[in-house]
Write a protein of this length. Structure first.
Length: 180
């Protein structure tokens, strides 16, 4: 018998990461324009802690997904739409890995060690290099904007399924059940 809903763990991880990503994007955008101060350094630390947490959670989420198949896509979806759905999910996962990794690399290149929750120092991934650090900062920002575009597409597709196609693609990922 095929399942019609995601597991409770998958739903929890999905929404936890969704909230974290929105907050990380907002904080990242906000902190970028702050003048150098102890407050800015504190915000940067919090941002990095949350980024490392997302990096760890995406691996947990992938491990969960490999062990628990998601519900099948609606049979009415054509091959092109299925391919787009799979490509969109792949892009989300790749970006949720690449963005924190680019931030970690950027911090390493800028000579600023990441200390998880102010307790656990993470190893620098590369030697300090100011020019590379600036390039990685631009890459980190670009990847975040790309993630924002993919997330908007993801939300748009979920709403299309719910409002136009009237299938259960959206409702099976909601923490509560509503009629399609």
């Amino acid at each position: 018998m095929s399942q019609t809903r995601y597991t409770s763990t998958a739903i929890l991880l999905h929404w936890l990461m969704a909230v974290m990503l929105v907050c990380l994007f907002g904080v990242g955008f906000y902190m970028h324009g702050l003048p150098l101060s102890p407050f800015k350094l504190k915000i940067y630390s919090w941002h990095k802690w949350a980024g490392v947490t997302v990096f760890l959670l995406v691996w947990l989420r992938l491990a969960w997904r490999f062990g628990h198949r998601p519900p099948a896509l609606p049979s009415a979806m054509g091959a092109a739409m299925r391919a787009m759905a799979h490509a969109g999910h792949l892009a989300l996962y790749l970006l949720m890995i690449a963005i924190p990794l680019s931030g970690w690399l950027m911090s390493s290149a800028k000579g600023i060690q990441t200390v998880y929750f102010g307790v656990l120092p993470l190893p620098d991934l590369i030697a300090p290099d100011r020019e590379l650090g600036e390039s990685l900062q631009r890459l980190h920002g670009l990847l975040n904007y790309l993630l924002a575009i993919v997330v908007v597409g993801h939300i748009g597709a979920a709403l299309k399924h719910h409002l136009i196609d009237r299938d259960d693609v959206l409702t099976r990922m909601l923490p509560w059940r509503i009629k399609s």
